[in-house]
Design a protein around this ligand. Structure first.
Ligand code: SAM
Length: 216
């Protein structure tokens, strides 16, 4: 958590709860140690869905489909393609999607996110909104393909970009095993910020998010 814990707890306490089904799914994920988007991230997604009303959404990183069901719940008339490569989570995600009643709105695509997005791009697919929440070390590789998949004026959102604040540390202060991901995430942040086709803001909320609009 980058923001002060007490402030985050206070904000959560004054925020509206999600639907009972989403509350149940989130609790199940927390109990099972499955990563799901945090409350502050949920709040920003809810705001974007209400404001921009994207109809076609691509998500990289389904886990057990909490965020996909969240976007289907608050997005209104949406179609979501969501990608996951972890078999055990795919089984649970399919059950959750079926129970949510959003089977028609959510297509779960099994496979490695990089390969799947390249296939989608080759098929000339286009999305109004893309949410990257998969392998942190791969964001820099996802970026050019996601740009192709995003329509002009579309929004690209990436989650977990600040490593709970550790992104600011020098490479030597980061655990050895995290150094590659740390370097690649910094590379991603520079690339997404400097890209002339994107206007990007980096938000220090939850675990850090970027929001980018494709301008041309
Ligand atoms: C942070 S979790 C996603 C959480 C989900 N968006 C939610 O909030 O409910 C990241 C997910 O990305 C998946 N993932 C990681 N690398 C991937 C890859 N190369 N291809 C597809 N999925 C991947 C992981 O298995 C994990 O379930």
């Amino acid at each position: 958590m980058i923001t002060d814990e007490r402030t985050s707890t206070f904000i959560d306490s004054v925020s509206n709860p999600n639907t009972p089904y989403l509350e149940e799914l989130e609790k199940k994920a927390h109990d099972g140690g499955i990563p799901v988007i945090r409350r502050a991230t949920q709040s920003i997604l809810k705001f974007i869905l209400a404001d921009l009303k994207p109809e076609n959404i691509l998500e990289l990183g389904t886990a057990t489909a909490f965020s996909a069901i969240f976007m289907a719940t608050y997005g209104g008339n949406v179609h979501i393609d969501t990608i996951e490569n972890y078999k055990k989570r795919i089984v649970e995600a399919r059950q959750n999607i079926a129970q949510s009643g959003f089977e028609k709105a959510i297509r779960l695509i099994e496979g490695d996110a990089q390969s799947v997005i390249e296939e989608l791009a080759a098929g000339a697919k286009s999305y109004d909104m893309i949410f990257i929440d998969a392998a942190k070390g791969q964001y820099i590789s996802y970026l050019p393909v996601c740009k192709k998949l995003l329509r002009d004026g579309g929004i690209l959102i990436s989650d977990n970009v600040l490593f709970d604040g550790d992104i600011v540390l020098s490479r030597f202060a980061v655990r050895r095993r995290d150094r590659t991901i740390h370097a690649r995430m910094r590379e991603f942040l520079r690339a997404v910020s400097e890209d002339e086709e994107l206007v990007t803001t980096i938000l220090p909320v939850a675990d850090g998010m970027t929001l980018s609009v494709k301008c041309r």
